[in-house]
Design a protein. Structure first.
Length: 148
């Protein structure tokens, strides 16, 4: 038992010594590669398909030529995720209506939310880019990064 304890202490000493030395900064290209690899932790998440973007598509039946709202519609199997961005809020709807867990993610933060029984969730405006990840019955779906 004593030999195991000594080996354990020796390993801890080596780890401690490794952190006591001054290490060179991580090269930019390695940090970028690490971030890219980290993004693959959710490779099983389905990417929602952009079906509509109000910046590119004509809004039918809407009066006036300009709007302060940017709207998106994403498809994911039998579900649609609608997103409306304004300068003060982000509003998302799941169709058909369904109460599900979702996350609103920016580069620096992620907020865990749940849609109500109408499939809707609203939060104060977030920094951009932003994306929404939704836990649907047939799997997790994420929108592409949205820049309003």
């Amino acid at each position: 038992m004593s030999d195991d304890h000594n080996a354990h202490d020796a390993l801890l000493d080596r780890i401690d010594d490794a952190f006591d030395t001054d290490l060179a900064p991580i090269p930019t290209h390695l940090a970028a590669a690490a971030r890219d690899a980290f993004a693959w932790r959710s490779a099983d998440v389905q990417l929602a398909e952009l079906l509509f973007d109000s910046a590119n598509d004509e809004l039918v039946g809407v009066r006036g030529a300009t709007t302060e709202r940017r709207s998106f519609r994403f498809g994911a199997g039998d579900f649609v995720i609608r997103v409306h961005l304004t300068s003060s809020s982000l509003f998302a709807m799941i169709e058909p209506p369904l109460s599900v867990a979702c996350r609103v993610t920016t580069r620096d933060a992620s907020v865990e939310l749940r849609t109500d029984e109408m499939g809707e969730v609203a939060i104060d405006a977030t920094e951009q880019p932003v994306r929404i990840e939704v836990d649907l019955p047939n799997g997790t779906v994420v929108t592409p990064w949205i820049i309003g």
